[in-house]
Design a binder for this molecule. Structure first.
Ligand code: SF4
Ligand code: SF4
Length: 389
């Protein structure tokens, strides 16, 4: 459960639902599939039937599939007339799946990786800093430098997936140009734990939260910067609740840090004559309220023409990459991404930027599939491009 939520438990919340259907209108899964059984309203009705009325009744294969067909984007929670925290409800439903032995195999494989390697990939956590080999020079302060003012929490996608590695590479160059004192947790960075929540293993995230927080505290850093939108959401909304106390240091997303550095005159972009649009990651925009900072970065670049998509900010449409949907239904996730990239193309921008490496991977693949002449990149990459001229 996230902070600020009124969520009690699965059964109580299913009884609150008045079946108004508001939650259907912006649901990317319902829009794609079109069947009522894929709509949040139907999923909550079925949960009431199975768990409130019949006790712990058997979950059918069809319903199990529907439970996993969700990106955890939060559009339904925002729309719910009864103010039900539906994301918490979806997480609890997935826990029911795990208990019933009906979780998709992809969930089990990912949880296995998290337990043994502390990250979502098949790679050993000791290779966490391999992305830094793309830098011209490997800074010796990058691995757990005691006394650095800032810890940069890179995230699993950027650490282990080759395309996304360009994001921390850009971030390091920007922080160096701004002469910021920073380090990373190196091999001591564990997954933030968000994939566990989305896979119905929420009770196992506490170990990850305590480890990560303890490591940042032990380095004496004053600020933690997360590069990933979902990491930011978990650090800001879930960790304090698990710990029962505040983090003890400032938490910002990379876009907030970069925007601050521009305002302080420590990063000065040069002219870049491009038309740019921005995709709000659900966990950064709608679910965490960081909407202004990425736009401030884009608009600080002289020559850039910025155009919003048809849906943006809190109302932004999901890219399909959240909620472990790729593992459960790759085709559905990609259909959602293709719809979003068409929205981006409709702006006639040549570059679509985002602030989440998973969104960027989804949109880049969708642009290729749809044969759209769109460059997809992270805000940090755009800013670096402008600074380097
Ligand atoms: S979280 Fe998003 S994908 Fe899941 S039911 Fe709600 S609106 Fe649909
Ligand atoms: S918007 Fe809320 S109250 Fe209305 S059907 Fe959806 S979950 Fe139920």
């Amino acid at each position: 459960m996230s902070s600020g939520s009124f969520y009690k438990n699965l059964i109580d919340e299913t009884l609150i639902c008045g079946r108004c259907g508001n939650c259907r209108s912006d649901c990317p899964v319902y829009q794609e599939i079109g069947w009522e059984s894929a709509a949040p309203r139907a999923k909550i009705s079925m949960a009431r039937e199975l768990f409130a009325r019949q006790g712990d009744a058997k979950i059918s294969a069809e319903y199990a599939k529907r439970i996993t067909q969700c990106t955890m984007c939060g559009a339904c929670t925002r729309a719910c007339a009864a103010r039900i925290d539906l994301q918490s409800l979806w997480k609890d439903l997935r826990t029911k799946l795990v208990t019933a032995g009906k979780a998709p195999e992809a969930y089990n494989a990912m949880i296995g990786n998290l337990k043994t390697r502390k990250n979502i990939s098949n790679f050993a956590n000791t290779t966490r800093l391999d992305w830094a080999e793309d830098l011209d020079e490997l800074p010796d302060y990058l691995d757990q430098e005691q006394g650095a003012e800032i810890v940069y929490f890179v995230g699993c996608v950027s650490s282990f997936f080759p395309r996304a590695a360009q994001v921390p590479v850009a971030m390091v160059q920007l922080l160096e140009k701004a002469e910021v004192s920073f380090t990373t947790l190196g091999p001591e960075e564990w997954c933030c734990g968000f994939p566990m929540l989305a896979a119905g293993h929420g009770d196992e995230i506490a170990e990850f939260a305590r480890h990560n927080v303890e490591k940042v505290r032990s380095l004496g850093a004053k600020t933690l910067v997360t590069g990933c939108a979902s990491c930011y959401h978990v650090w800001s909304h879930v960790y304090p609740e698990i710990l029962g106390e505040s983090l003890g240091f400032r938490l910002v997303h990379a876009t907030e840090m970069l925007s601050e550095l521009i305002n302080e005159g420590k990063l000065v972009p040069n002219e870049l004559n491009k038309t740019v649009t921005y995709h709000d990651p659900c966990d950064l925009g709608r679910n965490s309220g960081v909407i202004h900072a990425p736009r401030a970065i884009i608009n600080s670049i002289p020559g850039v023409k910025f155009i919003e998509m048809a849906t943006y900010g809190e109302e932004s449409t999901c890219c399909g990459g959240g909620g472990n949907l790729q593992g459960a239904d790759q085709g559905l996730a990609e259909s959602i991404a293709q719809k979003r990239i068409k929205e981006a193309a409709a702006t006639r921008a040549s570059i679509v930027v985002s602030a989440c490496q998973q969104c960027e991977q989804m949109l880049e693949k969708a642009a290729r599939t749809e044969k759209l002449p769109l460059q997809v990149m992270d805000v940090s990459e755009l800013l670096l491009m402008a600074i380097d001229g």
